[in-house]
Design a protein around this ligand. Structure first.
Ligand code: FE2
Length: 193
């Protein structure tokens, strides 16, 4: 062992418009600003529902003008988050539309009802939903995927399998098939699970 790793603590992302991003994480994901540095950095925490709350789980940094120009040259300065929706196959792996290296950022919610409530709330806002609700094979966790304002996919997750240090089971090898990613298949059939 090189690092006495105690768990994932926070993630830092660069964004096109820090104020728009703060508003999104506050209004949709119930996060609050803990601190700011100047007008280009903000620290966000989940204050009310987290089992243990700490100063920040996210660090949001405004992209520089040079970075925004690079996006402009690539035609990615403005995003239409709905662009990807119709390209998503009905089943298959949850290949999420992201142009960057971050595939998704997952937040824990209490249960399936919370995921359904989030789905309804997002629909009311006209916000795109990329995938779910469904249940992954590995981890057995329920999921819902949608993008943040920069297109970073957000996952809401609940019910993830525990993995105790003592008494845990050996790692399994899952087949490369749609049911591995979503054991529920068509989520419309699944309300009571
Ligand atoms: Fe995930």
């Amino acid at each position: 062992m090189v690092v006495e790793n105690m768990g994932l603590d926070h993630i830092a992302i660069k964004v096109r418009d820090i104020e728009r991003t703060i508003e999104f994480y506050r209004d949709v994901l119930n996060m609050e600003v803990s601190d700011r540095i100047g007008d280009r950095v903000a620290f966000l925490r989940t204050p009310s529902v987290a089992a243990e709350s700490q100063h920040h789980e996210m660090n949001i940094t405004q992209m520089s003008e040079a970075e925004l120009e690079t996006l402009e040259e690539r035609g990615e300065r403005e995003l239409d988050l709905h662009d990807f929706e119709e390209d998503l196959p009905a089943d298959g792996p949850p290949m999420l539309p992201t142009t960057g290296p971050i595939y998704h950022i997952a937040f824990e919610v209490p249960d399936y009802d919370a995921i359904k409530a989030a789905e309804e709330g997002l629909k009311e806002r006209g916000h795109p939903i990329y995938r779910g609700p469904g249940r992954h094979g590995p981890g057995n966790n329920i999921f819902l995927y949608f993008p943040d304002p920069d297109g970073y996919p957000i996952e809401l997750t609940a019910d993830m399998e525990d993995a105790p240090e003592v008494g845990g089971r050996p790692a399994r090898q899952w087949p490369q098939e749609p049911e591995t990613w979503n054991v529920w298949g068509n989520s419309a059939e699944l309300k009571d699970q």
